[in-house]
Design a protein around this ligand. Structure first.
Ligand code: ADP
Length: 448
């Protein structure tokens, strides 16, 4: 792809937009970066781009800027359906996402992981698996370092392992991982997508350009994932925690690998990752490792010792026999379902935050079975009470502080207090990390 002299507009100036602008500049393109936020809210790094010859447009995207582009590259946080982008699309201007641009310059085999939940855990776990097996890997994409930053360098790794979001997949054209992993599809981001079907279609695009030479790792237990099966041309490797698969990976206390004539077990007894959803993540990672020829013994060692990531079913403390879990990253209902399935009753569930427009009903039966008290907070609390309050005793609170104190005072030894919001954090916090850190501080204050 020739970039020299081309007039390229990068939309969005966060970490990925900045890295994209630098990459394009290095290759001799004429670069404009267009950002909705005013200049005063941008990091110094973004403003420094102006000194290097990048034109900056801040405080909104002007139609003329986008219409004048030879190519538009969109950052992951920017919806493709905003008016200026739709207008540019109508005028026939090519619009691609940053992962598409990066892919066109990528020279390393690409493993891509998507799904509603478990992307970051599985991507990080894969990084550990490959490193433990002595492979050199780049781990990034939607987490950590963007893909475009990798292709800006020497590309000296054996594999690229990338977390990919549905937003990024909307803007692909030839993007083709040699292994695509789809963990699950449950309701999320209905504030951005018109319908659940449209969101599912975006996830399915990870297989769009794969051929029979590539691989698709798929969750057999997820009906939305299975529905995509007929359209996938890649060689399929299924995994299931619910039933033995004649060809694939199943779970019978150990991971049972039946692939290409092999019939082996990977013991995961003593694994630090807890919960059935993490068994799914381990199976997906093992499937990828198998395809790439990692030894089962090496994978077993790495799977068992991976301790998981902060804010995902993170064990915070035990106070007076009550165990506290921080699951602030559970920003949708599907993640909370798995967390409730993974913990023993009785559970006091603290939930609520910024509403994303989906249904809370999938929580109803688990609330009845396992939860003794539901403590609600945040913007979504009224709608959550309307959908869930009939299942279990429900208390409304005005702050996370009040929620934590209420949960503690209503718990007794042997109970689990689980903070798993089912909502995003932006009503009261700057991010899920900020929200989780506040929760942990409030829990430790209970001891004083
Ligand atoms: P993502 O990057 O897709 O948001 P994370 O690994 O950060 O995924 O986990 C987000 C939330 O989803 C956490 O609450 C975590 O406990 C839960 N989770 C992790 N893996 C899965 C899975 N395979 N299925 C459902 N929920 C999961």
């Amino acid at each position: 792809m020739e970039l020299r002299g081309k007039n390229i507009v990068v939309v969005g100036m966060a970490r990925t937009g900045i890295a994209t602008a630098r990459f394009l500049l290095d290759r001799g393109a004429r670069v404009t970066v267009s950002e909705a936020k005013p200049a005063a809210q941008l990091p110094a790094e973004a403003l420094a781009l102006a000194q290097q010859g990048v034109l900056l447009e801040t405080g909104g995207h002007r139609m003329e800027t986008l219409r004048g582009a030879g190519l538009i590259v969109v950052s992951p946080g920017v919806p493709l359906d905003i008016a200026p982008l739709r207008a540019a699309d109508k005028s026939g201007i090519e619009i691609i996402s940053e992962i598409e641009l990066a892919y066109r310059f990528l020279q390393t085999p690409l493993i891509a992981v998507t799904g509603t939940n478990g992307k970051t855990t599985t991507t990080s776990l894969l990084g550990e698996l490959f490193q433990h097996a002595g492979k050199k890997v780049f781990v990034g994409g939607n987490i950590g370092t963007p893909l475009i930053a990798y292709v800006s360098g020497t590309q000296d790794r054996d594999f690229v392992i990338a977390e990919i979001s549905s937003f990024q997949l909307e803007g692909i054209k030839v993007f083709r991982p040699f292994i695509s992993v789809l963990l699950n599809i449950t309701e999320d981001h209905l504030d951005r997508y018109q319908s659940f079907a449209e969101y599912g279609d975006a996830k399915g695009r990870i297989f769009l350009n794969q051929t029979g030479e590539d691989f698709a790792v798929l969750n057999y237990d997820d009906p939305q994932v299975r529905a995509l099966d007929p359209a996938i041309r890649a060689q399929k490797v299924f995994f299931s925690t619910r039933q033995p698969l004649p060809d694939g990976i199943s779970y019978n206390g150990a991971l049972h690998v039946r692939l290409r004539g092999e019939d082996e077990h990977i013991t995961i007894a003593g694994a630090l990752l807890a919960g059935i959803h993490n068994v799914e993540n381990m199976m997906a990672a093992a499937a990828v490792g198998f395809v790439c020829g990692l030894s089962l013994q090496s994978m077993q060692q790495a799977l068992v010792r991976f301790s998981g990531l902060k804010h995902r079913m993170e064990l915070v403390d035990e106070i007076s026999g009550i165990t506290f879990y921080n699951d602030s990253k559970a920003t949708n209902v599907g993640a909370v379902v798995k967390s409730l399935e993974s913990l023993p009753a009785p559970i006091v569930l603290i939930a609520g935050g910024k509403d994303k427009g989906g249904s809370y009903a999938p929580l109803q039966s688990l609330l009845r079975q396992k939860v003794k008290l539901l403590v609600l907070l945040g913007e979504a609390r009224e709608r959550m009470r309307a959908e869930l309050g009939g299942e279990v005793e429900t208390v409304m609170t005005a702050s996370l502080d009040e929620a934590v104190r209420t949960a503690f005072s209503r718990s007794e030894a042997g109970d689990m207090v689980l903070f798993s919001p089912a909502c995003s954090s932006f009503d009261m916090f700057t991010s899920y990390e900020h929200r989780g850190a506040c929760f942990k501080e409030l829990v430790s204050a209970l001891k004083q």
